[in-house]
Each structure stands twice: as structure tokens, then as C-alpha cells.
Design a protein around this ligand. Structure first.
Ligand SMILES: Cc1ncc(COP(=O)(O)O)c(C=O)c1O
Length: 360
């Protein structure tokens, strides 16, 4: 076409997991009600009742006026929950927006981004859009932090922790050493940290080059709202603010995300339910001849020992059970499965039993 910058013209764009329609069957696809949707790591439980109450209380005036550009009510609530100050927090339109902002703020043609692979497939897409070189350092089979990551000279290093799609966790001590060794910024993508045994927020106090990414999509069941936030020292937050849209989070999203993060009791109960199902699913998949390492996220990465992962994926899809398969060399024999409700997980397991029996 020739209208676009060359890197945009050549970019493939991010491929999100399939989102079935809520209302009606479209393009021959089934209604959501018939679907077991375990492909985009959503929380299977609804958001806090406080969120729905806040939604019902939205006033027309909140729509007429522009939103608070800083999302101050959320900043204050998130600061309290994380034991930091409001000026350590920046609201964003989902964690994905923070990733885009970070690439825009720190990277260009001469300032590469580095990250271990396999990981969240949005990173290389954003690198391409920003026209910066992605330095991809392979994880070993156990997804340990690659030593080489410290020496890339990248302007921005991203570590997804817990990592997607492996659901593995790198210790806070190892990431502290990495932050210390790097000359550039270390962004720790904690989109799934609500389901992990620890988190890296303490590093923000000690390191002026650490940014923590948090998402309200997973632990707080608000993927449809599009809300996330950064935690970092005030100088980094102030720099990132320069690249954000003035009104990047809307008034309704600020009110609802604030209600969600304030209801810590509901949040903890939901996390416990997901974690209990995660243990059950891990055990059951193990009995079905999958290799399932312990997960620190709301999904598992199951290795098919005696069946072809892509065929299992196709057969599940035919039964309206959606999970994720990545056609990359290191992931070819694996399936990523989000933790669902007990009913959804039971449907998945009985379908898998049938499918695996077909493989003999
Ligand atoms: C590793 C990782 N980081 C960040 C995000 C962004 O989440 P959101 O934009 O929904 O907050 C996702 C979403 O799936 C993710 O998997």
C-alpha cells in the first residue's frame, strides 16, 4: 500500500485469543453459553459486588466531564494495598498500555528491548511497532532466569513474572540482582502475580530503574474494563506520564477499578478459589498423562506426553472448549489452559479423557 512506515507495513500485529460472542452465534461459532473458554486467562469468577454497586452509582456528570487525568482515587487505593505512596502509581488502560508506553519511552532504533523467551507474545509486536531491536534470550527447560539477560545492554529489559505461558516464578532476590546489574530499565510484568507466592514490589524502594506492571484483568476479574497500573519511583512515573494519553483511563473505569481494589476480602477469596482449582486441575491432568509443572498463575502449561498437542487442541475446539496452543518450537508439545470454575474444569477433563483414548 505504501502509506505506512515500513516497520508498520511489515508488522503482523498481535493475535489475541478467540473471543466468542456473548449474544448470538456468529460466523458459525457457538453462543458463549455453550462454550468453555479457557484460552485468555480470564478469571472465571465475577468481579466484586462492590464493582457492580459502583457501576450502578455512576452519575451523568461523570460522563459529561473529562476524567481525572491521574485517576487519583485509584492511585491512593492501590498505594495503600501495595504499601507505597500515590506518586509511585500510574494508572493505565490495561497492563498492555503500560508495555506500549515503556517501549515508546525507552526504546528506538538504537535502544533495544530484551526479554527471555518464550514469553508474552505482545513484546516482539510492540518492539516492531517502535522500530527497535528485540533481543530474545532463551530460557532453559526449567525457565530459570538466563544469566545473559544482564549483559545485553538493552535500554529496557522485560521479565514476565510469573511468566506466560510457563506459569513459572523467578525469585525476588534474582530479580533484585538483575536490576542491580542492568544499566537500563527493568520492567517486571506482574500481570499474573495475584496468583503467585510473592511479588517484587519491594524492589521499587531500592531501585530507581524498576517498573512493576500490574493488571486488574486477572486477579480482580476486570479484563473487560481495561485497567492496569505501574509501580515505580516517582521520577520514572513522571517520565512515563509524558507518553500517556492525557485521559488514558475513563471515569467509569477509575470508579470501578477503585471499588475492586478496595474490596481485598472478596479479592482474596476469589484467588483462593482459583488456586484450589489449580491444584486439582494440575493433579488430574497429571493422572491423564500430561506433564504439568507447578503453576504460580491462573493457568497451567501442560505437556502432552503421548498425544500431539495441536491435535488435542483442535479436538477440544470442535467440542467448544477453547484453550491456547502456540505453534513455536519450544511450545509445540504443550497446551496452555486457564483455570476455570469446577464445572468448566470437569468438562475439560472429561473431554480430554475421551480425546486421549482416541490416541490409544
Ligand atoms: C503477561 C501479560 N502481561 C500483560 C497483560 C496485559 O493485561 P491487561 O492489558 O489485560 O491488563 C497480559 C494479558 O493477558 C499478559 O498475559
Amino acid at each position: 500500500m505504501g502509506y505506512f512506515r515500513r516497520n508498520i507495513e511489515n508488522a503482523k500485529g498481535y493475535e489475541p485469543g478467540f473471543q466468542p460472542s456473548f449474544a448470538e452465534a456468529t460466523e458459525g461459532r457457538p453462543k458463549e453459553t455453550n462454550v468453555v473458554k479457557l484460552n485468555t486467562n480470564e478469571n472465571p469468577y465475577p468481579p466484586s459486588p462492590q464493582v457492580l454497586k459502583a457501576l450502578a452509582e455512576i452519575q451523568p456528570e461523570q460522563l459529561r466531564r473529562y476524567p481525572d487525568p491521574m485517576g487519583s482515587t485509584f492511585r491512593e487505593a492501590a498505594a495503600k494495598v501495595n504499601g507505597v505512596q500515590p506518586d509511585n502509581i500510574m494508572c493505565c488502560n490495561g497492563g498492555d498500555e503500560l508495555l506500549r508506553m515503556a517501549l515508546q519511552a525507552f526504546c528506538d532504533k538504537n535502544r533495544p528491548v530484551a526479554y527471555p523467551v518464550p514469553t508474552y507474545s505482545l513484546y516482539p509486536v510492540l518492539a516492531k511497532l517502535q522500530n527497535c531491536k528485540p533481543i530474545e534470550i532463551p530460557f532453559d527447560n526449567e525457565f530459570n532466569l538466563p544469566a545473559k539477560l544482564a549483559g545485553t545492554g538493552a535500554a529496557l529489559t522485560i521479565v514476565c513474572n510469573p511468566n506466560a505461558p510457563s506459569a513459572t516464578f523467578i525469585s525476588v532476590e534474582e530479580l533484585a540482582s538483575l536490576a542491580d546489574e542492568l544499566s537500563g530499565v527493568l520492567l517486571i510484568d506482574e500481570a499474573y502475580v495475584d496468583f503467585a507466592e510473592n511479588n517484587c514490589v519491594s524492589l521499587v524502594k531500592d531501585f530507581d530503574n524498576v517498573i512493576i506492571l500490574r493488571s486488574m484483568s486477572k486477579g480482580y476479574s476486570l479484563a473487560g474494563l481495561r485497567f492496569g497500573y505501574a509501580i515505580a519511583q516517582p521520577d520514572l512515573i513522571a517520565g512515563l506520564m509524558k507518553v500517556k494519553d492525557s485521559y488514558n483511563v475513563d471515569s467509569i473505569a477509575i470508579a470501578l477499578a477503585t471499588a475492586a481494589i478496595k474490596d481485598q476480602q472478596y479479592f482474596k477469596e476469589t484467588i483462593e478459589k482459583v488456586e484450589a482449582e489449580r491444584s486439582k486441575l494440575t493433579e488430574q491432568l497429571g493422572k491423564l498423562d500430561f506433564d504439568v509443572p507447578d503453576s504460580q498463575a491462573n493457568f497451567v502449561l501442560a505437556k502432552c506426553k503421548n498425544a500431539k498437542a495441536d491435535e488435542v487442541y483442535e479436538k477440544l475446539t470442535q467440542r467448544n472448549i477453547y484453550i491456547r496452543y502456540f505453534n513455536y518450537p519450544e511450545l509445540k508439545d504443550k497446551l496452555r489452559i486457564a483455570i476455570g470454575t469446577p464445572e468448566q474444569n470437569d468438562k475439560l477433563l472429561s473431554a480430554l479423557k475421551e480425546i486421549l483414548s482416541e490416541f490409544g
